[in-house]
Ligand binder design. Structure first.
Ligand code: FES
Length: 184
């Protein structure tokens, strides 16, 4: 790694960021070694690397491309094609607002606007304190409960724009899952 400050600070997990540059580099070498000779190994290698770093910094993409003997542009193309890869550090809480048809017509766009306003970020951005990232999705398979929002692995149903501020505050205080999963 050439950018230790980026890798240490960007960790999207809830650890204390103590993984050293050496440990991360060794982890990436191990990932490349495990997948480079496997057919279709590039995507699981990228997924595993993203889990390790919290996102896929440019230098990680470059090293994976080297390890797989592929052009950097090809690997970068794979990363940008799939929405589950991210080139930027994510927040502790990744908010994904569904904009599938059912959610859209039942107020998903207004819910998204409410999150933008409350968090003061746009789609694809992370708050400066790295607590929240805001993303959109296209159907989480819970259309009957639209509009739906996922926050990490938790699903919030029938979310009302007027209650988004309250939901964010409860997520921060750790009480959201118990109290407002069903907002109808
Ligand atoms: S359209 Fe939102 S869950 Fe299906």
């Amino acid at each position: 790694m050439t950018d230790s400050s980026a890798t240490a600070a960007a960790c999207g997990c809830q650890c204390d960021g103590a993984s050293s540059e050496t440990e991360l580099a060794a982890g990436l070498d191990s990932i490349i070694g495990e997948y480079r000779d496997k057919p279709g190994g590039l995507i699981p290698a990228l997924q595993t690397a993203q889990a390790l770093f919290g996102y896929l910094p440019e230098e990680v993409i470059r090293k994976i491309a080297d390890g797989f003997g592929k052009p950097v542009s090809e690997v970068a193309g794979v990363v940008t094609f799939y929405s589950f890869f991210t080139l930027h550090p994510r927040g502790k809480f990744v908010v994904r607002v569904c904009l599938g048809t059912a959610c859209y017509v039942r107020g998903g766009k207004e819910v998204l606007d409410a999150f933008k306003k409350k968090l003061e970020i746009d789609v694809g951005e992370t708050t400066p304190d790295r607590m929240f990232s805001l993303e959109v999705g296209r159907c989480f398979g819970a259309c009957g409960m639209a509009p739906v929002v996922m926050v990490n692995d938790d699903v919030y149903q029938r979310v009302k724009p007027a209650l988004v501020g309250e939901l964010v505050n409860k997520i921060l205080s750790g009480t959201a899952a118990a109290e407002v999963k069903e907002m109808a």
